[in-house]
Design a protein around this ligand. Structure first.
Ligand code: MN3
Length: 202
């Protein structure tokens, strides 16, 4: 069963307070679309072509580089669209909020750490909030389309929030100002979805 683009769940213009419609359309239909197509082509006829994306990620050291880049791209972007919402913003509540405050000191300290992880990622990559192997929250960053579920990842865990810091994610509106994009993205963060992923990962 070939991978497919997931439903976006909102219009291209729905996140406009943080991400413009043209960026969303190109990012979703062209960039993510190409990752899906290229991943499907790379796994076609191999032992991986009927495996869930999670299993492919966990065995990424055994697959060709095209699967690492494009399968990683499919996994990462599927998560990314899901944790954004036109109704997002504000701060988390409940157990996730308590854990963030306990781990990082405060919500704003956590957000600063995420923004720093994204801003200091040289070139292209992602900033992540993960639930680590011992159930502890941590912030980390990966290059290109790598992610913390890959067996080759330096820091491993289950990502519950990921921010794309490739230039294609923000360049049309923010040009070279990646920190401004990072500041704005919290206004469309779906804490409901992040909390659901947090509960599942714990
Ligand atoms: Mn992207």
């Amino acid at each position: 069963m070939a991978f497919q683009l997931p439903e976006l769940g909102y219009d291209y213009g729905a996140l406009d307070k943080s991400i413009d419609a043209q960026t969303m359309e190109i990012h979703y239909s062209k960039h993510h679309g190409a990752y899906v197509t290229n991943c499907n082509n790379a796994i076609a006829g191999t032992e991986w072509d009927d495996k869930p994306i999670e299993e492919i990620m966990a065995n990424i050291s055994k697959v060709p580089p095209a699967v690492r880049n494009n399968g990683g791209g499919h996994f990462n972007h599927s998560l990314f669209w899901s944790i954004l919402s036109p109704n997002g913003g504000g701060e988390p509540t409940g157990a996730l909020a308590d854990d963030i405050a306990g781990t990082f000191g405060s919500f704003s300290a956590f957000r600063d750490q995420m923004n720093t992880a994204g801003a200091t990622r040289f070139g292209s990559g992602w900033a992540w909030l993960i639930v680590g192997p011992e159930g502890k929250l941590a912030v980390c960053s990966t290059p290109n389309q790598d992610n913390p579920t890959m067996d080759i990842a330096e820091i491993k865990g289950t990502p519950i929030l990921g921010i794309d810091v490739w230039e294609h994610a923000y360049y049309l509106r923010y040009q070279n100002r990646r920190p401004d994009y990072l500041k704005a993205i919290w206004d469309v963060m779906s804490w409901d979805e992040v909390a659901t992923r947090y509960a599942a990962a714990k």
